[in-house]
Design a protein. Structure first.
Length: 732
């Protein structure tokens, strides 16, 4: 059971669903439970995700609601333990084929001019077990649907095959053994439907392969260092934050943490999609599930269980696969009236042909063909199968798609806006110039600036501290440090009050650059970020030093932006830097000055995104997932570039697991391909019924052919969705 502080949710397995109508019925039953605020049912995963008001008995009530609706409540993770062999569940299909084959062979013989018709009693003996033993599932589910006042695929199959079997018995008893019977139609249809459902189940196991692969990354055993300093093997589930673990060469890292001793190479492809191992030295972050290379290391655990990066990745993928895409609403509306309409068409077919003068048996067989070919199996699978395959292959390549709405919207994006620092650039600026004001001791000024910045994690602050440490300067503990968002930092060092200020803040405070004006202008024109060190004195504020910081574009960023432009997308770079600095970096990235939005405070980025949307654009915002959260949430599609620990950026619909700008285009591409698969699937699902129902009603399809076509529709939808598994970031 998965809960959050504000809106608890529970995942339930639901057995026995066969079509889109079943999905709608289970959702209605769950939403009727008092306290339930939302329920989403997924046919492809045979699961339901329910959001509800806090209640200790809620899970039991939900299970009862599922059972009362005629379905089997299961544990959500039960699928992990089921038999995954290729032939799992084939026995009923094999029995059906064995019993139906003798009934089909005479039909083949008729085509060759041979009359191999079996005795009526033998046809009855072969067809009856198929109809009432192997087909019992259809009667059971169809009966529950009738009791609930709705219909589903099982009801159509049960009515259609029962009509064929009953007609055969009636003809046998009233017309003698020489009359043609239709036992083969009822038996073959049941067998074909079972075969189709079995092929569906095989395909479903392939669409959930991504989730199973992620679960398999969790090792079972961890080597913990006890208080006595010895190693002991314990289950990973018993590892606690703060434990010291030994990770041997070739083993999977059991939990998230920091490398305390040793050095190694780590295969992080499960996390980032990047196949090359990453060097790790003391102090480096280690992620649970990644593979240790050839070094024996000791790590300190920082996160376990549901707090680990791997658990959050699994949760994000599961959330996306459980979600219902907006396009699915069309399917829900159709399925709500589909079965009653089909029953009406079948009745009209029967009465119409009787009125036209056809014998009862011919009219009934044509009505049966309508019932069989109209089963809405493929409609329920079209959308979730494609979403599962698309999100699964995306996760394998380092793209985590949080929800189905982001997946569906991403292909409509026509403008991509980027944060600059850490997204398009390395995000590790260096202090390239520190120029003291005339008469100021440079070393003392640098030490003061580093001391004020020593408690900050801002990239510019770290660059100042790093320069001071390189020069062997003492960095003191500051007091009264106060950060002014988008402007700078203020604090006291050794009894003196200092400000690290942006040029904007300096101007607001009424301080001039004096003799450093030309140097500041030169650095800004070269793309550097310029800040100043100010000190509070009796007369007000005095300039003590000028600081210039330079960043570098990320490798491949220029090429990635060019590729996005080649796709017909418009680009924008949003930066807090001044216009000259932002434009200089834009030139290095291949962006035009008109594509630069400069002097934007962190809190104003969301407003800039809103302006772009108001101009008629569908906007994707790409940021580093921390300061850009409001802008990510404001965009139509937010893409957060994670560094591992930022994987759970809930403001973004898409998380890119490595800082590669090329993944932005890949995310848009997999969205486009997935939505295209959804549309293809829905087209074929509707096309089978739109074309098949009239053909069956007019007598051009017999029930056996109709059953084969109905089974083929579901299998073709699943097979089409599985083609997405061949996708890769290169567009292959």
């Amino acid at each position: 059971m998965n809960t959050s502080a504000t809106a608890p949710t529970v995942d339930l397995g639901v057995g026995g669903m066969t079509c889109a109508s079943c999905v709608a019925r289970v959702e209605r039953a769950l939403k009727k439970v008092p306290g339930v605020t939302d329920a989403t049912v997924n046919l492809a995963t045979e699961s339901a995700r329910v959001t509800y008001a806090p209640s200790d008995e809620m899970e039991a009530r939900l299970r009862r609601a599922v059972r009362d609706a005629g379905y089997e409540p299961r544990v959500a993770d039960e699928a992990e333990a089921e038999d995954l062999s290729p032939w799992a569940g084939f026995l009923p299909v094999g029995v059906g084929l064995a019993l139906s084959l003798p009934l089909v062979i005479p039909m083949i013989g008729d085509l060759a001019g041979q009359h191999w018709m079996l005795p009526a009693w033998l046809q009855f003996v072969l067809a009856t077990p198929v109809q009432f033993i192997l087909g019992a599932r259809f009667y059971k589910a169809g009966w529950h649907a009738l009791k609930a006042g709705t219909g589903n695929m099982d009801l159509l199959v049960a009515i259609g095959t029962s009509a064929g079997w009953g007609l055969s018995v009636w003809l046998w008893l009233t017309s003698g053994a020489g009359h043609h019977l239709y036992f083969e139609a009822s038996a073959v249809v049941v067998t074909l439907v079972l075969l189709g459902k079995w092929l569906e189940a095989r395909a479903k196991r392939q669409t959930t392969a991504a989730i199973r692969a992620l679960h398999a990354l969790r090792p079972d055993i961890a080597h913990v260092i006890t208080r006595s300093g010895e190693e002991a093997d314990i289950p990973v589930a018993e590892v606690l934050a703060g434990d010291k673990l030994v990770v041997r060469p070739g083993e999977r890292i059991p939990a998230d943490g920091d490398l305390e001793s040793g050095h190694t190479q780590v295969d992080e492809s499960m996390l980032t999609g990047e196949p090359l191992p990453v060097a790790k030295a003391e102090g480096a972050r280690l992620t649970g599930g990644t593979i240790n290379g050839d070094g024996r290391v000791v790590m300190s655990v920082s996160a376990v269980g549901s707090e680990t990066v791997l658990a959050q990745i699994i949760r994000l993928v599961e959330d996306a696969q459980a979600a219902k895409a907006p396009i699915q609403r069309l399917v829900d509306q159709v399925s709500a009236v589909f079965v009653p309409v089909v029953l009406g068409i079948a009745l009209v077919t029967l009465l119409g042909w009787l009125w036209a003068g056809l014998p009862m048996e011919t009219a009934l067989i044509r009505a049966v063909a309508v019932l069989v070919i109209a089963c809405p199996c493929a409609l329920g699978l079209a959308t979730p199968a494609a979403i599962m395959a698309g999100t699964g292959v995306a996760a394998k390549n380092g793209i985590l798609i949080k929800d189905a709405q982001a997946l569906e919207l991403a292909h409509k994006v026509d403008l991509v806006a980027f944060d600059k620092t850490g997204t398009l650039t390395m995000g590790r600026p260096r202090l390239v110039a520190f120029s003291p004001a005339p008469g100021v001791d440079g070393a003392a000024a640098l030490a003061a600036a580093a001391s004020v910045q020593s408690g900050s994690e801002h990239p510019l602050a770290r660059a100042v501290v790093a320069r001071a440490q390189e020069q062997g300067l003492a960095v003191a503990q500051p007091e009264g440090v106060r950060a002014v968002q988008g402007r700078g930092t203020e604090g006291e060092v050794g009894g003196a009050s200092y400000l690290i200020a942006s040029l904007r803040w300096m101007e607001e405070l009424g301080v001039g650059l004096g003799g450093l004006q030309d140097e500041a202008r030169r650095h800004a024109s070269e793309g550097a970020t310029v800040s100043v060190l100010l000190q509070r004195v009796t007369e007000g504020l005095a300039l003590r030093a000028l600081m210039a910081f330079a960043d570098e574009p990320k490798p491949g960023a220029r090429e990635a932006l060019a590729a996005l432009r080649a796709r017909g997308l418009r680009l924008a770079m949003i930066s807090g830097d001044n216009r000259d600095a932002a434009t200089a970096m834009a030139r290095r990235l291949g962006l035009e000055p008109g594509e630069v939005l400069a002097d934007v405070l962190p809190g104003d980025k969301a407003a800039k995104v809103a302006e772009l949307k108001a101009a008629g654009h569908v906007v994707a915002m790409v940021g580093d997932g921390v300061n850009d959260a409001p802008a990510l949430a404001a965009a139509d599609v937010g893409m957060a570039m994670a560094t591992g620990t930022d994987v759970a950026m809930h403001a973004a619909g898409v998380t890119l697991m490595r800082g590669d700008v090329g993944l932005v285009g890949a995310a848009l591409d997999i969205s486009h391909r997935t939505v295209r698969k959804i549309r293809q699937n829905l087209f074929w699902a509707f096309a089978y019924n739109v074309a098949g129902i009239p053909l069956a009603a007019l007598g051009y399809l017999n029930p056996v052919v109709a059953g084969a076509a109905m089974a083929l529709s579901s299998v073709s939808v699943m097979a089409n969705a599985l083609l997405l598994k061949r996708w890769g970031p290169g567009g292959r």
